[in-house]
Design a protein around this ligand. Sequence first.
Ligand SMILES: [Zn+2]
Length: 340
Amino acid sequence: MSTTQNVFFRKRVVAGVEHRRDPLFGSWTRINPDRARRPKHTGGAARGADLQALIQSSRETCPFCPERRDTETPVFPPDLCGSARLTKGELVLFPNKNPFGEYHAVGILADSHYIPMEAYSERTLEDSLLLTQAYFRAVHRKDAAARFPVYVWNFLPPSAGSIVHPHIQLLLESRPAPIIETLTRACLRWEEGQGEAFWDALLREEVREGKRVILAQEDVAVLASFAPRGFREILVFLPGSGSLADLEAGEIRTFSWALARLLKAYHAMGVGSFNLVTYSPPMGAAPPPFPFHVKLISRPYPKGIYTNDTGFFERMYDLWIIDTLPEEVARLARPFFRDG
Ligand SMILES: [Zn+2]
């Protein structure tokens, strides 16, 4: 066994497996890059063929395609946001038919039934965030207790996205998700103990090591997480920002720009499915306990029966098993940010 002395990025190698400690949460991830090379006895179909079949077959009954969505998707109550559905360009926002939270809405991103991840424009992503803000602000005006924003994107079925048509999900809840509570407590504890914000320390230490930095600018940082909880986990954060609902237009533009590049990078890495999750301070928090940030993780490629990427450790033991080194993820993503 060997242990590294860096107090921020703590890891030890046991029997060829890297055990890495998340610097903020203290949770552990085990990384064995050899696992990516192990034979998998499922999903032998030609890569992409199943995906094309899924796109074709789902199009025939898709409730989000323009010819069906007006009759097959619900509308907001008349007094919530001033119209039955919120729209901006091709974007359409309406209540989730099967909600699992407060003010749970769905946003259709485009008329097209399918957009490959590398083809998403900054404009589409930017508009989705601007429309999201309009929704959150309207709900909050109506119900001041609703103030914890969530914006998530499940890309294709392996990520638990049940509908192929490009869409995001939004919630504005009166209670934070458990991870937001944990994150808030951890950031306050860090600041009290260390005398500086965790996010300042994280960026400084990542830049000092350099191995996982994809982009470090004053207004946006893109990093491959040191102790990821998902495959190819990438963290994007906007230093000094607050709630998603309160982000300024320039911050949204910067974030959308980075996200569009990351989707191209994911595609180049062979990723076919992903989850994007946001971590937002509550609306109006001053000062915000942490900056607005986002994590992307890749999920198995959409094809027939596949080997799942989460097993008993992740589901039930709170331990994260990863097969790609974050340093490799950063190396593969960096070229997509090179031309500024
Ligand atoms: Zn569709």
